[in-house]
Design a protein around this ligand. Structure first.
Ligand code: CUA
Length: 318
């Protein structure tokens, strides 16, 4: 978790899949630049010597050679080579059809991501939001689905872009080769808050990952101190529980983000605010100002003590 957040860039890959994409990007960029340089050089050369060849049969032949060679043969050769190269390289990106123990499903919502970890052998079935943790060096195939409109899952440092289409399950291979926090973003316009639909992928060593996963499987503990107890009361009275599950304390009727371990997450509101008491206060009190259009109303009328209790309660859900 301590690793600094990386800049989102296709050209700074942090895993083998992204490595292939970055390599292909460089081939196209450098190849395109070379072709452009050659064309410009030929153009300058042609302009400089345009009067040297007198009109006649020789000139007609030279012209024909350049038009057919440069305008047909050259592009066909270059584009065919590129097609073969790209086909072979992208075949490698397709998820391997191996049965996996750990299944991670990401469902896109307006405008956040529900993440589910499921492993039947150990009876693991946990739901969280806007954050995916991965063990470094292990290839994981994600199942990507959408609940409403088309979204697009994109973590540039780790993999390519894959659309999430309602009614379909798309797969994406994700693998990180070093620890770090990698920001992802919805890459398909999906409405008012498309720009605030980020997610974070946390790549950790296998032991740290296992510890994190075990922590996530635990239900929330009942609050012990007075302030957090008041917070739980407010949480129930204000009907937060209708949309937000806190495992161990209550199950939602409407599927909003699961808050069982919200205090352990890096951000609030799908990457909108960094996690912390002040941010929680800002979010709960002014939801519609921070992220207009989301399904959660602003709780502007909560008195100071109730708000403080609620924020303490939420922050302790770790
Ligand atoms: Cu979801 Cu754009």
């Amino acid at each position: 978790m301590s690793a600094a957040q990386q800049i989102e860039s296709v050209l700074r890959p942090a895993g083998p899949v992204a490595q292939v994409i970055a390599e292909m990007a460089w081939v196209v960029i450098i190849g395109g630049a070379l072709v452009f340089a050659v064309v410009m050089a030929v153009l300058v050369w042609a302009l400089a010597r345009r009067r040297e060849i007198p009109a006649g049969e020789e000139r007609a032949r030279t012209t024909w050679l350049w038009v057919v060679g440069g305008g047909f043969v050259f592009p066909v050769v270059v584009l065919s080579a590129l097609l073969v190269y790209a086909t072979l390289r992208t075949a490698w990106l397709t998820p391997a059809r191996q049965p996996q123990e750990l299944v991670i499903t990401v469902s896109a919502r307006l405008w956040w991501w529900e993440v589910r970890y499921h492993e039947s052998a150990r009876g693991i079935d946990v739901v969280l939001a806007n954050e995916i943790h991965l063990p470094v060096g292990r290839a994981i195939t994600l199942g990507l689905v959408s609940d409403d409109v088309i979204h697009s899952f994109w973590v540039p440092a780790l993999a390519g872009k894959v659309d999430m289409v309602p009614g379909r399950v798309h797969q994406l291979r994700l693998e990180a080769d070093r620890p770090g926090v990698f920001r992802g973003q919805c890459a398909e316009f999906c409405g008012e808050q498309h720009a605030r639909m980020a997610l974070h992928v946390v790549a950790q060593g296998p032991e740290d990952f296992e510890r994190w996963l075990m922590l996530q499987t635990r239900p929330a503990e009942a609050p012990r101190d007075h302030q957090a107890q008041l917070g739980l009361q407010v949480f129930t009275q204000q009907r937060c529980i209708v949309c937000h599950t806190v495992r161990g304390l209550g199950t939602a009727l409407v599927p909003g983000p699961d808050l069982t371990h919200i205090g352990s997450r890096l951000h609030l509101g799908a990457g909108t605010l960094p996690m912390g008491r002040e941010a929680l206060k800002e979010w709960v009190g002014h939801t519609q100002r921070v992220k207009p259009g989301v399904r959660m109303p602003s709780y502007e009328r909560l008195d100071e003590a109730s708000m403080q209790g609620l924020v303490v309660f939420l922050e302790k859900l770790r």
